[in-house]
Design a protein. Structure first.
Lengths: 362, 607
């Protein structure tokens, strides 16, 4: 059974029996999924509503499924890490109870916890994360199409967060090859869209800027076709940076306007990748003050949402920018060093802070 | 550049249009009745006969498997048969409407047909179709016959009266239409409001009511009667009769013609019995029910029936195009409903209260997402509290200005009891939207405080010096238990055990780790979680609070003569508190607690 198949079977069965309440579980899931990036608050409310209905109907798999999506929504669309750990741990414990034997989303749930720890301290928990992913991969069966992508994607994020950019790039290309060859186009395209965005981000960090245009255009076309608003906006923004770098100012401006108005319409917060794209655009345009203002905003948002690694990244990029402007102060540096104390092993991050302060790290 | 013509494969196209355009076979009845009705309208407009009375008759012959739809409308000349009937995509009705729109909008509005495709739907239910028609323009009657391939036969026919008969030889798959009951229901569903009377098997009374209830002289009564029939078991709390509505556009205004009504059923249950759906008619012909996109998302406690000629049906006319007109109708409905609900709130408080109470959950959910709607309902929504259903102004009068709430789905009795002890009711916020609603309320009312009682119940306790109770506390502490003394109400409660938030998850996680259920890497992450929580919240075994205000506890602290019995009573108090807290006990632990109570009581009894 594919990861998603039981949703469809459940709905078809409920409809055939005229059980509208159970069929509604799938409908709520569908509605919430559709809202995930354009209005994540509404999406979360719908997931909570679905959970409630599943409880009333005595459908434990659906309860857990909605709980997984609540975690997923908080992590990836709200980027809100403040209370998500309790819920993720509860799900990991719950899915191991006998009533969930064969639950197709088990690996998704384990992967949620990995994603949280990738934010809490990706280097401090590198061993635990690696072991968890390896264990999950060992449990993979051929039909677990989504789980396979999710786990690989977590490996990609781990490598990226651990500053192993070449490894991250290699994993990204592996996912890309897998998705291209996948006969099941729905999950393949879903992940390809996000992968293209990640590849733009990685290319920017690896300074292989010539690669950005191809990934951005391919991803945008897919995203447009699938109606994925957030990645489409971000990929347009990466195209704006490409045009800006090529000195095509009018095109850059047009793309920037289109991307920023789309991003503005989304009710989801900007991702750190989107911030990188927007700030790159302004830096390339020579508008460093604007870029600095955006980094300040990013820092404030990440700190408010309890995103430990996000805050670190924002500080890193801010320091690098300040170094470029020749304005790194002792206060900035002290604050950045202080922020690394939120990690389990702060020493893993200090070196990057020091290098960023000299403008070395991209 | 060379231009080429498309080639049409007519049988294939016919099959696609007839079999795949429509999702329900019953639609064929709607299309044929609509054609008959439009033909009657045409005769009324173009025939100039002052005494003309239109009618449609349905005749069934289950033995011959035929269903005949007869009308006394305008009929068709043999030329018109070629031009309109046999030309897919071209219909006289649309052309007549376009002509009439210029000088007689009301007559144009009576016409229903649109695409020139409807007649094809006959092949959904019939293997063979024979149409006999005689035009009001004079000439011989014609007979048109087709078996659904690319050919048709056109021969002279015989028909005494002006009008058209369509005889369908019904396919086995559509046999249900040969039963009177099902045919009647289908006609009522699709054509109840069509003004031409429709008679079945020569009955004296028409099947359809011919006019929507909102056109009745006593529309309010007629609409309520209609709701009772169309939505069985529904006694509406409120009904709004719709009217044309002017909406603002970027470059001016637009009047949206709107007829029908909205109503609020007696009650809803979030997720299980929600509404927000409309039955949609276009020019009195039923298009669809359960249309969920026309009403605003917050109106999931509202239902209705509308007729709006500017809505554009899809080619199958089983759905509506979501175009600019659709958006204007959405806007008109939202504004009209919003305005009337405001009026209701201001001028008919009892009805408004009834409405908000009946749909509290659904309304709460949408108010969180919609600021304007929130303002309208914030003081009216009622919440489940330890003192029954209360709205927030009434609640705040009793609580002294703070909102106390519990979110736990299970086992919040301790927190509720402590709240009541402090003479404040606790709000049950386990329902999905209650917490965000309360947060929004306090964000908008700076003077109102918000106190979450889960894991924070100690905020309802008053600290007192330990001195007088040191002996009692020492008794517990010597058994490695966390014990404190505090004053709280109710006085009858001698002791409670309070746990920090998340205690249950930590307990379960520890147990799972102890039993080796977690694989290596995951075990490492879960262990880290347990450590983090322990560092944040201290001891997850819970803290026993002795109630310094309880006479029993005071006596235990003061009466040194109690001797061995004091230890027994303290054991009973501790185990009772564990049992009352409940949620941290495994079943075997609960049995153990009862056992200890029994043993203590036995020891205290005379031998």
């Amino acid at each position: 059974m594919s990861d998603w198949q039981w949703f469809e079977d459940f709905e078809a069965d409920a409809l055939a029996r005229g059980d509208e309440e159970r069929a509604r579980l799938r409908q709520i899931h569908r509605d919430a999924f559709d809202f995930r990036e354009i209005d994540p608050d509404r999406s979360l409310l719908l997931f909570a509503e679905g959970r409630r209905l599943a409880l009333m109907l005595g459908e434990p798999w659906w309860v857990l499924l909605f709980d997984h999506w609540r975690v997923h929504g908080l992590l990836h669309h709200k980027q809100d890490y403040r209370n998500v750990l309790d819920l993720a741990v509860r799900n990991v414990l719950e899915v191991r109870k006998p009533k969930y034997a064969g639950f197709p989303q088990k690996l998704w749930i384990d992967n949620d916890l990995v994603n949280i720890y990738l934010n809490l301290d990706p280097r401090g928990y590198a061993d635990e994360i690696e072991q968890t992913l390896a264990q999950a991969e060992a449990e993979l069966t051929p039909e677990r199409d989504n789980a396979r992508y999710l786990l690989l994607y977590s490996r990609l994020c781990a490598a990226s967060c651990q500053d192993r950019l070449d490894d991250a790039h290699a994993i990204a290309l592996r996912i890309h090859a897998q998705a291209q060859a996948d006969p099941n186009r729905w999950p393949a395209e879903h992940f390809l869209i996000h992968l293209c965005e990640t590849l733009c981000y990685l290319s920017n960090r690896r300074k292989t800027w010539a690669d950005i245009a191809g990934w951005a255009e391919a991803g945008e076309e897919l995203a447009r076709r699938r109606g994925y608003q957030q990645p489409m906006s971000a990929l347009l923004m990466w195209q704006a940076t490409v045009a800006q770098r090529a000195g095509e100012k009018a095109k850059a401006k047009r793309l920037y306007r289109s991307a920023s108005s789309r991003l503005g319409r989304l009710k989801a917060p900007l991702t750190s990748e989107s911030y990188d794209a927007i700030c790159s655009y302004h830096e390339l345009a020579g508008n460093l003050e604007k870029a600095l203002g955006l980094r300040d905003q990013q820092l404030q948002e990440d700190a408010q949402r309890g995103s430990v690694f996000g805050e670190f990244q924002a500080r890193l990029m801010r320091l690098r920018l300040l170094a470029t402007m020749g304005r790194v102060s002792e206060h900035d540096l002290a604050e950045a060093r202080q922020a690394t104390r939120k990690f389990r092993q702060p020493e893993n991050y200090r070196g990057q802070i020091e290098r960023a302060a000299t403008g070395e790290v991209g | 550049m060379e231009k080429h013509r498309f080639n049409l494969h007519l049988p294939g196209l016919l099959k696609v249009l007839a079999e795949h355009l429509y999702s329900s076979k019953k639609v064929a009845i709607r299309e044929l009745i609509q054609n008959a009705h439009d033909s009657c309208v045409r005769r009324k407009i173009e025939g100039g006969e002052s005494d003309y009375r239109s009618r449609i008759d349905l005749d069934l012959d289950p033995v011959q498997r035929t269903l005949t739809i007869r009308d006394n409308g305008a009929g068709l000349t043999s030329e018109e048969i070629g031009t309109y009937l046999a030309t897919i995509g071209r219909g006289y009705t649309r052309e007549l409407r376009e002509k009439l729109t210029l000088y007689s909008a009301s007559e144009a509005a009576e016409l229903i047909g649109q695409f020139g495709l409807g007649f094809l739907s006959a092949f959904l239910i019939a293997a063979e179709v024979t149409l006999t028609t005689r035009s009001f323009q004079g000439g011989q009657a014609s007979r048109w016959h087709s078996v659904g391939d690319e050919h048709y036969e056109l021969t002279p026919g015989w028909r005494e009266e002006v009008g058209t008969s369509v005889e369908l030889r019904v396919k086995p798959a559509a046999s249900f239409l040969l039963r009177e009951k099902e045919l009647s229901e289908t006609v009522r569903c699709y054509a109840d409001f069509v003004p031409t009377p429709i008679y079945l098997q020569g009955d004296a009374y028409p099947l359809n009511r011919q006019a929507p209830p909102w056109e009745d002289d006593h529309a309010d009564v007629a609409i309520r009667e209609y709701i009772g029939r169309a939505f069985p078991g529904t006694e509406p709390l409120y009904v709004l009769q719709l009217r044309d509505w002017q909406v603002r556009l970027a470059d001016g205004t637009l009047t949206v013609p709107l007829q029908g009504f909205l109503f609020v059923p007696p009650g809803s249950i979030a997720s299980v019995r929600e509404y927000g759906d409309l039955t949609v008619y276009i020019r009195r012909m039923f298009i669809c029910d359960r249309e969920r996109d026309l009403l605003p998302p917050w109106a999931r406690f509202v239902r209705g029936v509308i007729d709006c000629p500017v809505l554009q049906p899809t080619a199958s006319r089983e759905g509506i195009h979501q175009d600019e007109n659709f958006e204007s109708v959405q806007q008109a409905l939202e504004e009209q409903l919003g305005q009337d609900l405001r009026r209701l709130a201001q001028h008919d408080a009892p009805t408004w209260r009834l409405l908000v109470r009946g749909h509290s959950d659904v309304i709460t959910g949408w108010a969180v997402k919609d600021n304007e709607f929130f303002e309208r309902v914030e003081d009216l929504v009622v919440f489940r509290t330890t003192r029954g259903l209360l709205n927030l102004p009434d609640y705040l009068k009793q609580s002294g200005g703070n909102l106390y709430y519990v979110t736990r789905e299970l086992g919040s009795l301790q927190e509720q009891l402590l709240a009541e002890g402090r003479d404040v009711p606790a709000i049950d916020a386990s329902w999905f939207a209650v917490t965000p609603f309360l947060e929004k309320y306090t964000a908008r009312h700076a003077e109102v405080g918000l106190v979450k009682l889960d894991g924070e119940a100690h905020t309802l306790l008053r600290s007192v010096p330990e001195g007088p109770f040191a002996g009692l506390l020492e008794h517990y502490r010597s058994q490695q238990l966390r014990a404190r003394v505090a004053a709280f109400k109710p006085l009858d409660v001698p002791a409670l055990i309070l746990y920090p938030q998340g205690a249950e998850i930590v307990r379960e996680a520890r147990q799972s780790l102890d039993e080796g259920e977690m694989p290596g890497g995951l075990a490492g992450l879960i262990s880290d979680y347990v450590e983090r929580k322990s560092a944040d919240a201290g001891d997850f075994q819970g803290t026993l609070y002795l109630n310094a205000s309880c006479p029993l506890v005071r006596r235990l602290a003061e009466d040194a003569a109690l001797g061995r019995d004091r230890a027994m009573v303290l054991a009973i108090l501790y185990q009772t508190a564990r049992l009352f807290a409940g949620r941290m006990l495994a079943p075997l632990e609960a049995v153990g607690a009862f056992r200890e109570i029994n043993q203590a009581l036995e020891r205290m009894m005379p031998p």
